[in-house]
Design a protein around this ligand. Structure first.
Ligand code: GFB
Length: 381
């Protein structure tokens, strides 16, 4: 089970008594001159679209480090589907390729990426050599001290993969039921995405490796040069207030930092007055009941309401992107506390070159005493 980790000594950034570096064999490094290798990944199932976009950037930056140091790594994009928040009935929302939502040419400009189906074709079948299930450390941070480390450890949660009769591992591979893994190992990881680079370069020699629960890894350089590969613009925005009002699980958890609908509408009205805007666009995931209440409180709001045909075409993911794009072009934007959906709107606006004052705003909870506003992430070139 552990023997795949053929350790080599050069393993600096990780923990000293790491099991990876426990055994020394010289077989690995000499054989690895620019071999084609594939990095696959997946994210904790309940996570939504925008958190997943965020994890993509972490993985792309890991692939960038891997490519600098050796093999010809390619990032395999995990098909979209079965997302908890995509609730429109009767439309096919599984095995969706990234090309449906994103420009692959743009993604390619950063690191080589391919769709999962291309991987299957190139790889000669739906087999993934090794899945590393990332997890935290069972003991948490010892002595409250933060350090970057990676170790093979027993699985903390129930393993979501099980062996079939042929000895292959079966599990959720984005709805591709024929996909199997040859090996699965739980790995405790604490640190930035690049801490996986030495492991993938030195300790694992197989061609395709999947990091499951990839959100465990942090950003290498959040908002650093690799993060923003865009041009600085200058934007004024259309004459409307853009609002992202995250509801559902954000309200059910009785979070103090999320306002009531009444509180939110009061804030919208005051912003419209202050910025002399007579239109308000609202992006929201509110349920039917809340939507009714909202349209009573704010009858003049504008929303993007797709026709059935539009919904078939764009799907829930595409409709959310349209909502975000409209908010990204508003004269003034206000979002919901710690929603990655709102964060992505901040980023789009930052790239477009809006005055940060018009971007990094969030609703305060009705009872919040101190309402800290979102952080301004500047573009670094
Ligand atoms: O995008 P996301 O990760 O942001 O997840 P959070 C929220 C999802 O809900 C979106 C839908 O991807 C959309 O599918 N959604 C939310 C919306 N707001 C809107 C909206 O204004 N318009 C449209 N069309 N759709 C995280 C989740 O959500 O919050 C986790 O990733 C978890 O699952 C966590 O629930 C607490 O960061 O807002």
């Amino acid at each position: 089970f552990w023997s795949v980790f053929l350790g080599v000594a050069a393993f600096e950034p990780v923990h000293a008594d790491n099991v990876f570096s426990a055994s020394h064999t010289a077989t690995v490094q000499s054989a690895v001159a620019r071999d084609l290798r594939y990095l696959l990944y997946d994210v904790n199932p309940p996570e939504g679209f925008n958190l997943r976009r965020d994890v993509y950037i972490r993985m792309a930056s890991l692939v960038k480090s891997l490519r600098k140091n050796g093999d010809d790594w390619v990032l395999v994009l995990p098909p979209w589907g079965r997302l908890y928040h995509w609730q429109s009935p009767n439309i096919h929302q599984i095995r969706i390729q990234w090309g449906e939502f994103f420009s692959l040419t743009s993604l390619q400009a950063n690191v080589p990426v391919i769709e999962y189906e291309e991987f299957v074709a190139e790889n000669g079948g739906p087999f993934i050599d090794h899945v590393l299930v990332l997890q935290n450390y069972a003991e948490g941070w010892t002595d409250g001290k933060w350090e970057e480390k990676v170790d093979v450890r027993p699985c903390i949660d129930k393993l979501m993969y099980s062996k079939d009769k042929q000895g292959y591992y079966r599990g959720w591979f984005w709805g591709y039921d024929e996909t199997r893994a040859r090996n699965v190992t739980c790995v405790s990881a604490q640190g930035h995405a690049s801490i996986m680079a030495p492991v993938l370069q030195n300790n694992i020699t197989v061609t395709s490796v999947m990091l499951d629960r990839a959100e465990t890894l942090l950003h290498d350089h959040y908002a650093g040069k690799d993060y923003w590969d865009a041009k600085l613009g200058s934007a004024k925005g259309g004459p409307y207030l853009g609002v992202h009002l995250r509801r559902k699980d954000f309200v059910w958890g009785h979070r103090e930092d999320v306002p009531s609908l009444k509180g939110a509408v009061k804030k919208m009205r005051s912003l419209m007055k202050k910025y002399k805007l007579d239109r308000v666009f609202v992006a929201t995931d509110a349920d039917e009941e809340e939507l009714k209440e909202l349209s009573k409180l704010l009858p003049d709001m504008v929303r993007f309401e797709p026709s059935l045909e539009d919904l078939e075409l764009f799907k829930d993911g595409g409709v959310a992107i349209i909502d975000q794009w409209i908010c990204a072009h508003a004269r003034f934007f206000i979002g919901t506390s710690v929603s990655t959906f709102s964060f992505r709107i901040h980023e789009e606006r930052e790239i477009l070159g809006f005055d940060p004052k018009t971007t990094y705003n969030r609703f305060c909870g009705d009872t919040e005493k101190e309402c800290e506003q979102p952080t301004h992430w500047k573009i670094a070139y």
